[in-house]
Design a protein around this ligand. Structure first.
Ligand code: 5RP
Length: 236
């Protein structure tokens, strides 16, 4: 079974999970290739929900294409659940997210939800977070000072570049990746995150940081994880 099939399988399991929620509520929807599988699987059942709240422009576009209603988070006070993927998840449900650059809106929507349902394949499960470079969204003019502060955690800091920028000129991408919020992303490689709650709080304190892609306070409550023998449901 390849990774696309594993993503599709867990997307379908997440559809079945959210269809257990009472009808007429609003659902938080994440970003990424696994979240896309979930959106596609849920599309025939969209009328079960009064609407959705989206975590990125890309997700909004996909939801609208399927005919879901997408609401402004400012018009919503509470969500029964938020469904999203992860780049890494530890046994307690702490996650690294932001590989797709949507970490800030993802964390905002997750904070509105009673339950975070994380969907991934088993390659994302790790004993300790940090193999995946930790994304940190920043205000562009703070790149220098935030990079120096992040280096003190012991990792290697790299400014994320846009993919395919100037592809027509056959050049190496050289422009910063810009988030939906106009921020830039610093990726911090080589960390061993023994205490995700503490590190999340410390990085949040650095002036110029918009969001750190450590989801420790907004951790997963339910994990649906796929492998070649099926989908496992874990309460965290
Ligand atoms: C985007 C995210 C994604 O949830 C994360 O990158 C996982 O993506 P995928 O499902 O494509 O592996 O945090 O900002």
């Amino acid at each position: 079974m390849n990774q696309d099939q594993l993503k599709q399988m867990v997307g379908e399991a997440a559809r079945d999970e959210v269809l257990k929620l009472a009808a007429g509520q609003i659902l938080g929807v994440g970003t990424g290739s696994t979240a896309n599988c979930f959106i596609d699987a849920l599309a025939p059942y969209k009328d079960h929900f009064a609407g959705t709240v989206s975590s990125s422009n890309a997700t909004t576009e996909r939801l609208l294409k399927h005919g879901f209603q997408v609401l402004d988070p400012n018009d919503v006070t509470e969500l029964p659940a938020y469904v999203d993927g992860a780049d890494e998840i530890d046994p307690a449900g702490h996650m690294i997210k932001g590989g797709g650059g949507a970490l800030t809106r993802e964390k905002i929507i997750a904070s509105m939800a009673r339950q975070f349902i994380c969907i991934c394949d088993s390659s994302k499960q790790v004993p300790v977070l940090g193999n995946f470079a930790l994304p940190v969204e920043i205000i562009p003019l703070a790149k220098g000072v935030v990079s120096r502060e992040l280096e003190k955690f012991g990792g290697k800091v790299t400014l994320r570049l846009a993919k395919n920028t100037r592809a027509d000129l056959n050049q190496t991408p050289s422009e910063p990746f810009v988030t939906d919020n106009g921020g830039w992303i610093l990726d911090v490689a080589g960390l061993k995150i023994a205490d995700p709650i503490q590190m999340e709080a410390q990085i949040n304190q650095i002036a110029g940081v918009i969001t750190v892609g450590l989801f420790a306070k907004e951790k997963a409550n339910i994990l649906l994880v796929s492998n070649s023998s099926g989908v496992e449901r874990l309460l965290l």
